[in-house]
Design a protein around this ligand. Structure first.
Ligand SMILES: O=C(CCCl)NNC1=[NH+]CCN1
Length: 350
């Protein structure tokens, strides 16, 4: 079995929506595929009308294959402070022809205001590890965990793009979607996330040739060997988070290259003049180097005046790890591989 479906960005690539078929006859909802969480939940006939603003709603009573999971409930909160909760059914779920008959479909009886106002988002499809699925008393499996053994290969891939539709594939690696080689790195799934360590990063036109060998009489003004060219970054690959949330030291290093940049309390992060030229941000996984173009990091205007813009790189302070969100992932072809025992993440240029 394999599946392939489009990942279409909302404005400013704030999130990517993918059509999913639920039930019999098919009910199509557009869901946010989220490698940072593990619940498949949908706006439903059980969602109060006051909390629905244009979203499509899954109606289990209109599906001949839905079954209520008696006594099961779910309740989830996300890193951005949004939340939702409700009941649980199983039903047929089809993503681009990859199908599972008994997928847990979590129906929302409550959604927080940011979901209500997100009118095109009909729910989330979690793709982190099932150990953090929130259904009680019997935890449920993610769509990927359910279909993994039926897939040609135990992988799903993300080819997210800037301001244009990309692709989520299940069960196969489409070699036409990337260039060069895919470099893999081990995943620590102990917290339920696709947590990895990037080998290094660099800001702007790389100074990484200032290796200790090349400048053994390095003037004191040159970066020391501990500079970014060899500093690792540990964080989660999270398709459900819009920005790249990185350590304060990295943010300081990055925005020190942008003369108009300031860390604004009122805006909630680093802002700069919208006409600023931003440096690229590069990260490496093994022998593969991924460059996020500076223009991707000029994320969006702060307000309708369009004078100040909000950065795509922001601080990961108070989270405990970095979050490599869409800003970081859309520059790469990303392979999420899990054979059930030793998960890996693969990165390639494209
Ligand atoms: O919640 C997180 C961060 C986990 Cl540390 N990512 N996924 C998501 N979905 C909606 C908003 N954010």
């Amino acid at each position: 079995d394999t599946g392939s479906a489009a990942a279409t960005p909302e404005q400013y690539d704030i999130q990517y929506l993918t059509p999913v078929s639920l039930g019999t006859p098919p009910q199509i909802l557009n869901l946010d595929f989220d490698s940072g969480s593990s619940d498949l939940w949908v706006f439903s006939s059980e969602t109060p009308a006051s909390q629905v603003k244009g979203q499509a709603q899954y109606n289990p009573s209109k599906s001949s294959t839905s079954k209520e999971v008696s006594g099961a409930t779910w309740d989830i909160s996300y890193g951005d402070g949004s939340s939702s909760s409700g009941n649980v059914y199983t039903d047929v779920v089809n993503v681009g022809n990859a199908t599972f008959a008994g997928q847990a479909v979590e129906t929302a009886q409550q959604v927080s205001s940011s979901f209500t106002s997100d009118t095109n988002n009909d729910g989330l499809l979690g793709l982190a590890f099932s150990t953090i699925n929130t259904v009680q008393p019997e935890q449920q499996k993610t769509f990927f965990d359910n279909i993994r053994d039926d897939l040609d290969s135990p992988v799903w891939t993300a080819d997210l793009k800037h301001n244009e539709p990309g692709t989520y594939n299940f069960g196969f690696i489409d070699d036409s979607l990337y260039t060069g080689k895919i470099a893999y790195t081990d995943v620590d799934s102990s917290d339920g996330f696709w947590m990895i360590t990037l080998d290094s990063y660099s800001v702007g036109s790389s100074t990484s040739n200032l290796s200790s060998r090349a400048f053994h009489h390095r003037p004191s003004t040159f970066p020391s060997p501990s500079d970014s060219a060899s500093t690792p970054l540990t964080g989660i690959a999270d398709t459900g988070t819009t920005l790249a949330l990185l350590p304060d030291s990295v943010c300081t290093e990055y925005y020190s290259q942008v003369s108009s940049a300031a860390n604004s309390q009122t805006a909630g992060g680093y802002v700069f003049d919208c006409d600023a030229t931003l440096p690229d941000f590069t990260y490496t996984v093994g022998s593969t180097t991924i460059t996020i173009p500076g223009e991707y990091i000029n994320y969006a205007p702060v307000d309708t005046t369009g004078e100040q813009c909000f950065g795509g790189i922001q601080s990961d302070a108070d989270i405990g790890f970095s979050i490599f969100g869409d800003i970081a992932l859309k520059a790469a072809f990303v392979v999420f591989e899990d054979d059930g025992s030793s998960p890996r993440l693969g990165f390639a240029q494209k």
